[in-house]
Design a protein around this ligand. Sequence first.
Ligand SMILES: [Zn+2]
Length: 239
Amino acid sequence: MNTVPILMYHNVERAPKGVGLRGLYVTPGRFRRQMQLLKWLGYRGISQAEAVPYLRGEASGKVVVITFDDGYRDNLEHALPVLCDCGFRATCHVVSDAIGAYNRWDAEQLGARKAVMSAAELRQWVAAGMEVGAHSRSHARLPELDEDALYAEVQGSRAALEDLLGRAVTSFCYPYGAAGERERALVRELGFASAVSVRRARARPGDDLWNLPRVAVGGHHGPQVFPLQILTAHEDRHQ
Ligand SMILES: [Zn+2]
């Protein structure tokens, strides 16, 4: 059966010395080789919004969905030129209260302040043909919130991004992948076309559009792991 792998990246940057969770960093050179490999294999890199018809079984083709979590500036500096060279599109899921600031939610834990794109930089990302998705206002663990706070995080992040970009935001990404029935139902009711988690597998047609699994691309993996993640059941066994 055909699959629609949804890749999850965070930083496209060389990991600073001593930083926690080095797997969140993929170097720019590695990222370029990964995108070139996909192209060579005949895949097209698409955004999460573009993936919906493939996941509904209404379109078919060799596609890989490219997503970046949190909205880091290094995505614009290092990933965007590669995506443009390959003719690929991608989605960056932005924490709306962190625009022009940094990763307040885990800077201390990681020992690294990572710059999040400013409003002008997000507009550059979109002007290049890329998508912006919502990733809550503050990177809260949504299942821990009461109804009002949950609504503010989900709808508030979308409203802020739509105001900023002047276009509809239809893709969502759960912070930490944390979502239960209530969170998924709200995201669906609010009209998001799809939402991604951190559950590990290649997505496939017929999957729940508001609970999509992803393939985490880690900087700590050897270079041989990436093709296995795309082409084999390497990720799917963990379901
Ligand atoms: Zn995140």
